[in-house]
Write a protein that binds this ligand. Sequence first.
Ligand code: AHG
Ligand code: MN
Ligand code: MN
Length: 349
Amino acid sequence: MTKVITLGQFIIERQADFPYAKGELSRLLRDIGIASKIVNREVNKAGLVDILGETGSVNIQGERVKKLDVYANEQFISALKSGGECCMIASEENEELIFIDSEISSEAKYIVAIDPLDGSSNIDVNVSVGTIFSIYRRRSMDVPVSAEDVLQRGLRQVAAGYVIYGSSTMLVYTTGCGTNGFTLDPSIGEFCLSHPDLKMPQTGTIYSVNEGYYVHFPEGVKKYIKYCQVEDPSTQRPYTSRYVGSAVADIHRSLIKGGIFIYPSSSHVPQGKLRLLYEANPLSFVAEQAGGRASDGYRRILEIKTTAIHQRTPVFIGSAEMVKKAEEFMARYSPRNSPEGSLNDLLVE
Ligand code: AHG
Ligand code: MN
Ligand code: MN
């Protein structure tokens, strides 16, 4: 019988690799794992209980909030508050930062940025949704924690990952030493190591973009999409198109099978739609640690200067060769100094 390694065991074993680690990050990751199991339970019975539909409120992005977004947000905040390792949270569902100031967290070193429920428009139709999280260390214990502590570049993440509530539920995370995936065994209620040291294929045959907005896309993206559709047996084109509408699911597929996920800038969302802090950065960290590439079309996402907690960025994440090819099209047809390309200057230092 092969030995089953649970997420808890794996985190503790890995902790030994960091000689100065005192277990705080391990506890924080464990807390996120526990909260995600609670959210998973609710997602699984979304069709059974009176939890579908909207609360009627509008989140700070101006989007309608589903009840499960609120529920997931509450679960993660509550787990992070009681865990004692987190001193501040930035959540998609909260306009302002959440400061955790209690006796147990007075020594807390970590900050969590979270999208508690990603792809929430898919809940009603039983399609995969997810949670995305990103962890930073606060810059100093000598000064009070402030927004500056979370406005760090993605390169400074100490850990990041996502949970996908799909045909099975998986937690995929990195602490900067590769990417590992765990599948929830519902019979024992444990995440078990199922995808050790994940490697994203260097190229693939699937492109993933909301082509409904084609007319709004920059010329570079339009030309890249056309490139994907051209017949060329030597590169296995035309590629297949897949778009779930939950970034977690679309990027998870790219991670396993190879492919590219694009949410570009466009004339109706000039900075793109996805949020740098709790969507693009963590997904980029996970992808890079699996050998993939993550770009805003011109530069590495993890190097983008973070200036606001709900900042948006265009996203090109996936197999390294495919993302490089898309970047070539951006440089050629939507150069940085063009009206389309200059939108991105706002993101540059
Ligand atoms: P959220 O549900 O957290 O707001 O995120 C949804 C995001 C992302 O997951 C997905 O890729 C994208 O929105 C889909 O947007 P479009 O419907 O514009 O394609
Ligand atoms: Mn999201
Ligand atoms: Mn969300």
